[in-house]
Design a protein around this ligand. Sequence first.
Ligand code: ADP
Ligand code: MG
Length: 281
Amino acid sequence: MAHPTPPQSPAGPSPRGAVPGATGTTGTTGTTAASGAAMPGSAASARALVKTYGQGETTVRALDGVDVDFRAAELTAIMGPSGSGKSTLMHCMAGLDTPTSGSVVIDGTEVSRLSQRRLTALRRTRIGFVFQSYNLVPTLTAAENITLPLDIARAPVDRAWFDEVVAAVGLGDRLHHRPSELSGGQQQRVACARALVSRPSVVFADEPTGNLDSRSSAEVLGFLRRSVDELGQTVVMVTHDPRAASYAHRVLFLTDGRITADLAAPSRRDILEALGQAEED
Ligand code: ADP
Ligand code: MG
C-alpha cells in the first residue's frame, strides 16, 4: 500500500517533536520570498494577497498584501487578534472566497485563474477544509460524511487510505453513527477525516478546536499533528489557543491583514511572549 513517507523523520505524536525545515527565525516579518514564484517544497502559497470588503468609506482591508508559503508536510498555526484576517486568509487560500488582488497557488496550480468548474473540482479533491462548527450532514453516517466530497466529485475513494485515515482518527467503531450520536470531539474528527480522505495537497482548518473542551481538543490536535508526521499531510490551522498552536511546527501571527511574526516550533511560553509583544505594539 502506497502512502507518502514524510520527508522528515516522524516526530511521533508528541506535540513538541523535531521540527522539519525549521529555520530558527523568530519575530521576522514576512516569511519567504516576498514576490515571484512559489517556494519549492511549498504546498500552498500566496503572493501580494489583498482582500477588501465593502466600498468607499466603509472599505475594510481584511488582507493587506500577504506573502506566505506553507511548506509541505508541516503543521502551521495562524494566530492573531479577532478581525485580523485569519478566516479571510483561510477562505481565500482554499478557494472559498475570491481575493481582490494577488495570487494563490495550491500544489502548483494558480487558483485565481481557474474556471468555477475547475475550482470546485480542485476544492473537492486537492484541498481539505475543517470548520469550527464541523459542518457534517446530519442525515449521513460518519463514513458517508467522510467520503461525501469525493462522492459528489465522482472521484474514486482509495479504500486503503480511507482505512488508514479512519484508524488514525480513532473512529473505527463509530463509522455507522450519525453526527447526533457522536460527541463534539468525534464529530470534529469525522470532519478532519473528511478533509483528508482525498489525500489533499493541503488542509485548512479555521479554529478547529474552538467548540471543543480541552480533552477533545487534544484528540483533534493530536490527530492533525499525526496526519503530518505519520501520513505526510500538510495542515494550516487557525487558533486562538497558545496550547493548540504549540502543536505546530511553525506559528504565524496576523495583525491587521499582515503577517507580523513567524516562529519556528515555539513553545507555549514563546507564543504567550509573542502575543504579549503583539499586544504592546
Ligand atoms: P478573523 O478570522 O481574524 O477574526 P476575519 O478574516 O473574519 O478575521 O475578518 C477580517 C476583517 O474583515 C474584519 O474586519 C471583518 O469584519 C471583515 N470581514 C470579514 N468578512 C467580511 C464580509 N463578508 N463582509 C464585510 N467584512 C468582512
Ligand atoms: Mg475567524
